[in-house]
Design a protein around this ligand. Sequence first.
Ligand SMILES: *Cc1c(COP(=O)(O)O)cnc(C)c1O
Length: 363
Amino acid sequence: MRIAFLDPGAAYRELKPEIDTAIARVLDSGWYILGPEVDAFEAEWATYCGADHAVGVANGLDALTLALRALGVGAGDEVIVPSNTYIATWLAVSAVGATPVPVEPDPDTHNIDPARIGAAITPRTRVLLVVHLYGQPADLDPILALARAHDLAVVEDAAQAHGAAYKGRRIGAHGDIVCWSFYPGKNLGAMGDGGAITTNRADLADKVRMLRNYGSHKKYVNEIQGVNSRLDPIQAAVLRVKLAHLDTWTARRRNMAQAYKAGLAGQDLTLPHVPEWADPVWHLFVVRSTRRDALQAQMTTAGIGTLIHYPIPPHMQTAYAHLNFDPQDFPIAQKLADEVLSLPIGPHLTGSDMGRVIMAGSA
Ligand SMILES: *Cc1c(COP(=O)(O)O)cnc(C)c1O
């Protein structure tokens, strides 16, 4: 039997009666755009994240783009982004007409290195856009201090970090605005696309609420040029069911991460490093190896699905050819792209699956 890297249908099999009931409730209600189901999910998600406000949008990329628009970021502005991230982080910056300015990660955590941010700040910098990559929080305190010192906003890309905590407090409102994706493969995943922002700033919540719905609070009264990026009520109903199970699923991921760390210790691999202030949620379990391709082939032969997050760093994507970066402009991101391998992790895996992964990863 092959061990799948991801099994998006597993949660449905686990919760089928509850999810079917929730979906039927929306279908029966006749209310198919925004409305009570989206309101209820927004309230529950805000509470879970420890934030005053949550606003549901169509997907994670839109959450990032609308967050930047709500902050007034546009043409001529610069936004500091990690050199090591999923390309959506950069695309949101480009979508509002601003320029992404990459900063290298700490090679141990793979997250943006706060010590390198200062050198990238210019008079055009408006936002520090940090990513909690693989479900591990970035080192927020020094980043928030830099933002205060330079009068910048902090946007968090938390698309992989549902439930993660920094210094004991859940991700959700450390920065000015926090962006979430509920893509099916995320730790809290819908059965289609979905996204949200959370924030303690009423002004930003209000702005995103307008922007996602044609720039309007009141039907046919358009205050700004918005877009159509609304969280679907069917997805909101599914997310409400799944949210009640998120902590159980996170606990399973944490146990798996511990088992992998113990089982793979002593191998010729770099295992994930977790700073003492981080409570990661293990969206991904990423190991590093200088013989990564051979390791991946060995896993494939053993019937184990693995993926590379991410094989080409954003600065080397054709989409960013116009910025004229050289591979060695961001050597840490490049090295990580060459060495990382994500092992399967998630509530769909059993203890015996984990044993097989460990066996296959052992030389
Ligand atoms: C998934 C993801 C996104 C984008 O989310 P979508 O819902 O697919 O648009 C953004 N940033 C990161 C880090 C992601 O992992």
